[in-house]
Design a protein around this ligand. Structure first.
Ligand SMILES: [Fe+2]
Ligand SMILES: [Fe+2]
Length: 341
């Protein structure tokens, strides 16, 4: 039916709108947990601008320290700055799928929260570098130059996911998307709780605490949807989820652990530069976990996810990097990723 075709002269009521269309005209509620999470998101809303920035004086750090700390925020931004459009796209999908009212609102809240997380990264980087963009910034130290080269490679890699994601969203059911989202949320909650516990700078500490709390709510949204949908999951979807978890591990390792070189396209000196930067940041009181602690945390996050997927008999992939045995998954490429944070 063309959108210009006219009916009103010929009939009393209009023809039925072809379904599904992008907006439901209904406000169904089935999953009580969703309403709870939405209410919490309203109560816990915070403003990145109102963190105690007045106590933050970047001048008390050396330029090497400032560039090293800003590098960590840049690494985080490679993930967090993609989250607003990623979740905005997922929110549209909840409308197209005529999801429950509170599910639509919950995805709206995730989009809004992720926008806050992106703002926090921007504020931290801009104050540290006195420049709003870590890619065009002119490094002041030799380490800063090498870290900027790292940042450029990370950004290049991250930028290659968007087209794949746009193709994945219509292809997969929300149920499959949730498993990737949950993985991102578990990873994010892990990292922000760690950073909040050990950072000394009040603005960072409070920011991390707020972000960690947001990520906990995002996890709860994914879990509630899994509880609703996974008992009736198709067999094909189960194996797709196993593959997505392996892909998500490789993708998110770059921020939670260290980027697997066979998957991330990075120069040879990347890891050495990053380790050097992290050491400087750590000594300045910015609590990036050490190699072994990162590995242990990432392993625990994966075991946490495994616990959830085991409940629904979804096979877990082998993750030999952190000593988890399971189904071997080898054929992962960039196209397969549903990137989230
Ligand atoms: Fe986030
Ligand atoms: Fe999140």
């Amino acid at each position: 039916m063309s959108s210009k075709e006219r009916f009103a002269h010929a009939m009393e009521f209009p023809p039925a709108t072809p379904q599904p269309n992008v907006y439901p005209l209904s406000w169904h509620s089935q999953t009580a947990k969703m309403e709870e999470v939405w209410d919490a998101s309203q109560r816990e809303y915070w403003d990145p601008k109102k963190l105690p920035w007045d106590t933050f004086d970047p001048a008390k750090y050396s330029w090497e320290e400032r560039e090293a700390i800003a590098y960590w925020w840049t690494l985080l931004s490679v993930f967090d700055a993609s989250a607003p459009p990623v979740f905005a796209e997922a929110m549209i999908k909840t409308y197209e799928a005529h999801e429950e009212d509170a599910v639509r609102r919950c995805f709206f809240s995730v989009t809004r929260d992720e926008q806050n997380h992106e703002q926090l990264c921007g504020l931290a980087i801009t104050k540290l570098l006195e420049h709003p963009d870590p890619i065009t910034y002119e490094p002041k130290t030799e380490l800063g130059k090498r870290l900027q080269k790292n940042a450029k490679w990370l950004y290049f890699n991250g930028g290659r996911y968007w087209n794949g994601y746009k193709q994945a969203v219509p292809k997969y059911s929300l149920a499959v998307l949730f498993s990737s989202f949950l993985m991102g949320e578990i990873a994010a909650a892990t990292i922000f709780h760690q950073m909040a516990a050990n950072c000394t700078e009040p603005a960072f500490k409070e920011g991390f605490k707020n972000v960690g709390r947001d990520e906990g709510r995002h996890m709860a949204i994914c879990m509630a949807l899994m509880e609703r949908d996974y008992p009736k999951l198709e067999l094909d979807d189960r194996s797709l989820i196993t593959k997505q978890v392996r892909a998500g591990y490789l993708f998110l390792s770059a921020v939670l652990f260290e980027p697997p070189m066979e998957f991330w396209d990075l120069p040879e000196d990347f890891i050495a530069n990053q380790r050097e930067g992290e050491e400087i940041a750590r000594k300045a009181g910015f609590a990036i976990p050490e190699y072994e602690a990162k590995k242990e945390n990432w392993r625990n996050a994966m075991l946490n996810l495994k616990g959830v997927l085991d409940k629904y008999n979804i096979p877990f992939p082998a993750i030999p990097e952190v000593g988890i045995t399971g189904e071997e998954i080898t054929d992962i490429d960039m196209e397969d990723i549903i990137p989230v944070f």
